[in-house]
Design a protein around this ligand. Structure first.
Ligand code: GCB
Length: 606
């Protein structure tokens, strides 16, 4: 990834997201004051605080929040008495009346702030689903679209010492042209779902940086640092004490410092997720990070981690909290979820179907799990709509910008189960080239569909496969398609000489519901399906990984069946209450065998 590209993308992105700048790299390591906790809220289903009775944006809605000057003023809202919601957190699981709500909620939070001279202040949102409009002291700061990536606004010249009030309109209505579109199989949790921070940084500060192990190298790292001000020249140092790396230089006319150097590096891998303290200094600004170094590439149908062929023993995961239900956002949630994946024998997780919170990928770094990360280009996107494409590109940019220093992430995925067409191919190939222009060090994939060429032979020949490094494929033989025994009658053909990951298979089972192997919704049916699927998977020669659907039962409005689904997709190997179903043990056993077969332990790269 080069800062040139970064600046180009940055310019076109701001024009449609209205956010002022791409968020600071590594927000957790900055001087921040969290604005988490209780926020006053107004539930506004008709958006009265935004539109007048002619349905025109009225310009002086709730965000003005002026105190009545006289008792005659007509003020029809009151933040102080309308209730509160906790931030971070979705609104659906905090209040019964918001469980199925899709619309606008206004959030308000007051704060005082004394900003040191020579410093700049940003308000940073980890994510708001889906459309956020942000005001400070009655003045609009900007807007952001997309429910799973961070955004920020500078408030240096706007912040007052006393009595600031931030107001955020968060709207999670679904739109056909949006990303994702109206139809998904997960809960549309609304709200300020991730941390909100005030971040104070020096006038000229480190805006972004990337550090990677060079392709094909065991010990040479390279990367760049990008200052916030292009015109100011600063001395920059990149230090990795334990690797004995200390690289210094001055920024160029575009505020960039490129570096490259050798050191004593033990490469990151799941069995030994080595992370290094990295210290970046530019003038008076310093940022600390913990970064792992590894290479990832493909050769024919192999995926090579640090030059060694690996098999991805994975599981798919939605961002739902194992502790409180609803959207997960904390490192406690991340640890529990990823620990479950580890116990299952995984070395890989598919973080479906949108960018998960930063805690999650940082936890994957430190626990040693390889990651597939994706944007919500899901099912039936409006392929011919340019604004939809711009939106998808922007979500991709924000995801890669935030996570490009995470060793755990090896795969960026551009789409999930999208139906073949020319417009769709154009849309997705634009996304693929965008990813490659931003990050040439990782692999690009997508969860494709397969097609039958005769009754029992299926083929993966989606033309998008030409553009991907690794093929993903979802299939539900034995659940949506016939019964589990069908798996023993089908064969697979793959058109491309590339590694294949079966990125989904599965069956629903209600924990504790028992019957024979042909009774739907029972643990026995799911267990039998896993046995059958695994036997079939073993016959697919380019198979280099699997991420069955899914680790834990998750909420979905598409799943209403009373007493069985109750608005949960029950394909979890673990129930939403944490109980392991029978199929869990089948997959665990397969992973133990695979680990032995692949001999990863013997191949720990030196
Ligand atoms: C799929 C989707 C996933 C669904 C799953 C299911 O193919 O990719 O989002 O939840 O099937 O359970 O139907």
């Amino acid at each position: 990834m080069s800062p040139n590209i970064y600046s180009t993308i940055f310019c076109c992105i701001v024009s449609f997201t209205f956010a002022q700048s791409l968020p600071l790299q590594n927000i957790g390591a900055r001087q921040v004051i969290p604005l988490n906790g209780s926020w006053n809220i107004i539930i506004d289903p008709y958006e009265t605080g935004y539109y007048n009775y002619r349905y025109e944006p009225s310009g002086d809605g709730y965000f003005k929040n002026k105190k009545p000057i006289t008792k005659h003023d007509l003020i029809e809202y009151d933040f102080e008495t309308s209730g509160t919601l906790n931030v971070p957190g979705d609104w659906n699981t905090q209040r019964n009346e918001l469980f199925l709500y899709e619309g606008t909620v206004w959030y308000k939070r007051s704060f005082d702030y004394t900003l040191e001279a020579g410093k700049r202040l940003f308000v940073h949102f980890g994510a708001a689903n889906y459309h956020a409009i942000v005001y400070l002291n009655g003045e609009k700061l900007g807007e952001h679209i997309g429910g799973f990536t961070p955004f920020q606004f500078e408030i240096t010249d706007k912040v007052q010492q006393k009595g600031n009030f931030l107001i955020v309109k968060v709207d999670n209505k679904r739109y056909r042209e949006a990303v994702p579109t109206v139809n998904t199989d997960w809960w549309n949790y609304g709200g300020l779902t991730r941390d909100v921070y005030l971040a104070e940084v020096p006038d000229t500060h480190i805006g972004d940086y990337t550090i990677q192990l060079e392709r094909g190298s065991k010990d040479r790292i390279s990367g760049w640092v990008q200052l916030s001000n292009e015109t100011v020249i600063k001395n920059v140092a990149v230090t990795i004490p334990r690797a004995k790396i200390h690289l210094t230089g001055r920024t160029d006319a575009k505020g960039r410092f490129f570096f490259s150097g050798k050191g004593n590096i033990v490469r990151w891998q799941p069995e030994k997720p080595e992370l290094y303290d990295v210290i970046i200094t530019a003038g008076s600004d310093t940022v600390h990070d913990r970064i792992g170094f590894r290479t990832i590439e493909t050769r024919g149908t192999d995926i090579l981690l640090n030059g060694t062929s690996i098999f991805l023993r994975g599981i798919s995961i939605h961002e739902e909290s194992p502790t409180h239900g609803g959207r997960a956002y904390s490192s406690v949630d991340a640890r529990i979820t990823l620990q479950r994946a580890k116990e299952l024998g995984c070395n890989f997780v598919r973080l479906a179907h949108y960018p998960h919170n930063e805690q999650m990928v940082r936890m994957a770094d430190s626990m040693g799990l390889l990651v597939w990360s994706e944007v919500p280009v899901y099912w039936t996107i409006t392929w011919e709509n340019q604004a939809t494409l711009a939106n998808a590109l922007n979500q991709m940019t924000e995801m890669i910008t935030r996570d490009k220093n995470r060793a755990s992430i090896i795969l960026w995925s551009v789409a999930n189960e999208t139906p073949l067409s020319e417009p769709r191919l154009r849309f997705l190939t634009s996304l693929v080239s965008h990813v490659k222009s931003m990050d040439s060090t990782r692999l690009v994939t997508a969860a494709l569909e397969r097609h039958y060429i005769d009754e029992t032979t299926q083929i993966i020949n989606d033309p998008l496969g030409n553009y991907l490094d690794v093929l993903g494929c979802n299939e539900y033989i034995g659940w949506y398609e016939d019964l589990p025994e069908k798996t023993s009658r089908v064969s697979w053909k793959v058109e491309y000489n590339k590694p294949l990951i079966i990125s989904e298979f599965g069956a629903d089972a209600l924990y504790g519901f028992h019957g024979d192997t042909l009774t739907r919704w029972t643990e026995e049916y799911q267990e039998y399906l896993y046995k059958q699927q695994i036997a079939m998977l073993k016959t697919i020669s380019p198979l280099r990984g699997v991420s069955p659907w899914i680790l834990t039962d998750f909420r979905s409005p598409r799943r209403p069946l009373p007493k069985i689904q109750d608005f949960y997709n029950r394909k979890g190997l673990i129930s939403n209450n944490g109980e392991k179903k029978k199929a869990y043990w089948i997959l665990k056993q397969f992973y133990e065998e695979t680990q032995m077969k692949w001999g990863e332990k013997e191949k720990i790269a030196k």
